[in-house]
Design a protein around this ligand. Structure first.
Ligand SMILES: *Cc1c(COP(=O)(O)O)cnc(C)c1O
Length: 431
């Protein structure tokens, strides 16, 4: 599929072709665990990575392969590996780079589950994370040491919708000879293409906007193909001989596809965080309408955020799509088609009013998810960011007086009316 096609064309066609066996126009769900080898030589070539093909669905599956190619194309990468969830994608992205004693420098403004994964769970592998305000390039540079192996941030950060100046952050990463990993879940490649700003790897929770309808969890790691894994000697998994493949060197053998091949041949083979073909099917269905949905998500978010900002019951709104946001100036540079549909607002009634608000909404769903067709609301401090200290909550943009909304595809007037009636109830009880 030629990459010169426009986004709307690629979101429908990239990676897919009529099924060679049946002519089926829609990508079939290849619900199979294993694939018959042509003969013993074919099997040996596949196991030696001398030929690309299908062996076993923990590693590769034709339905998942279409999704991988589609996401890689939309992001402008050379390859992608899909996996079972966004959190799996983050481990899959870090695994080839890290070893006991190594660290990453990560943004303070991240999805709550990512803060927990990075501040607690990865320690079990002997990895660690240093959290910095990525608005400050000097702070990022100061946190890097000889054991740092990556810089990690979100393009449009959960929960506040803050926009990262990706080109600035990539410059710091380049100077240190480190890969920049960007979680592009909240922006999607329709609004932001991190590789064009210098990102090395892009990770996704395909659970969110890419699938778009709240049906399946999934994740993806996209490789730009631009990083020189052999330059520094810091990335031995990719540059040094791999004992499990007779001393094959991934970077030397596969060049720009080294990270993707390693992700499948070592990452999925040994970590086993595989996406199943049924899940890939739902996400492929969702991606076909990604641009249409994101346009409406953004238009609705602008309407709702503008209304909230002008409401006397609201202390402030963080949406970067509002001219009042300090991040508004970055929109044309980083996400020219809009600032997404995820933001927070603070209630003058504080924590208690927030809890009452999420109980009083009727159209909004009170759930721990985002990027659904439905509008969603959550009080982060008592849920997704509950495991964080109060200081971490405020640094993450999830302070006690703040609720997060993911604006869906309903009529904006209905969403505003629902918030209006729920705010009345939340504030009446406070008075
Ligand atoms: C949801 C989410 C994740 C985690 O993805 P799962 O699919 O839930 O594992 C990571 N990053 C961001 C920005 C998310 O919204």
């Amino acid at each position: 599929m030629t990459a010169s096609y426009g986004f709307d064309t690629l979101q429908i066609h990239a990676g897919a072709r009529p099924d060679p066996a049946t002519g089926a126009r829609q990508t079939p769900i290849y619900q199979t665990t294993a694939y018959v080898f042509r003969d013993a030589d074919h099997a040996a070539a596949l196991f030696n990575l001398q030929e690309v093909g299908f062996i076993y669905s923990r590693l590769t599956n034709p339905t998942v392969a279409v999704l991988q190619e589609r996401i890689a194309t939309l992001e402008g990468g050379v390859g992608a590996v899909c996996c079972a969830s966004g959190h799996a994608a983050q481990i899959m992205a870090l695994f080839p780079l890290m070893a006991p004693g190594r660290n990453i420098v990560a943004s303070t403004r991240l999805y709550g589950g990512t803060v927990t994964q990075f501040s607690q769970t990865i320690k079990r592998f002997g990895w660690s994370a240093r959290f910095v305000d990525v608005d400050d390039p000097a702070a990022i540079a100061a946190a890097i040491d000889d054991d740092t192996r990556a810089i990690f941030c979100e393009a449009i950060a959960n929960p506040g919708g803050h926009i990262a100046d990706l080109a600035e952050i990539a410059r710091v990463a380049d100077r240190a000879g480190l890969p920049l990993i960007v979680d592009n879940t909240s922006a999607t490649p329709y609004l932001c293409r991190p590789i064009e700003h210098g990102a090395t790897l892009v990770v996704h929770s395909t659970t969110k906007y890419l699938t778009g309808n709240g049906t399946v969890t999934g994740g993806a790691v996209v490789d730009s193909g631009r990083f020189d894994w052999s330059a520094s000697g810091k990335f031995a998994s990719l540059s040094a001989p791999e004992p499990a493949y007779h001393g094959l060197k991934f970077h030397e053998t596969f060049g720009p596809l080294a990270f993707t091949f390693h992700g499948i041949a070592v990452g999925l083979r040994d970590l086993g965080m595989t996406m199943n073909p049924q899940g890939a099917h739902y996400t492929l269905m969702g991606i076909e309408t990604l641009s249409l949905r994101m346009e409406r998500h953004v238009a609705n978010a602008v309407r709702v955020a503008t209304w909230l900002e002008n409401d006397p019951r609201i202390a402030h709104v963080t949406y970067a799509g509002l001219p009042s946001s300090p991040y508004h100036g970055l929109v044309p540079k980083v996400c020219p088609k809009g600032a997404g549909a995820l933001f927070t607002f603070a209630l003058k009634g504080g924590y208690a009013a927030c809890v009452r608000l999420v109980d009083a909404v009727e159209l909004f769903s009170h759930v721990a998810n985002l990027g659904d067709t439905r509008s969603l609301i959550i009080h982060s401090a008592s849920t997704t960011h509950r495991q964080l200290t109060p200081e971490q909550q405020v640094a993450a943009g999830a302070g006690p007086d703040v609720v997060r909304v993911s604006i869906g595809l309903e009529d904006a007037d209905d969403l505003i009316a629902d918030l209006d009636q729920a705010l009345d109830k939340a504030m009446a009880a406070a008075a």
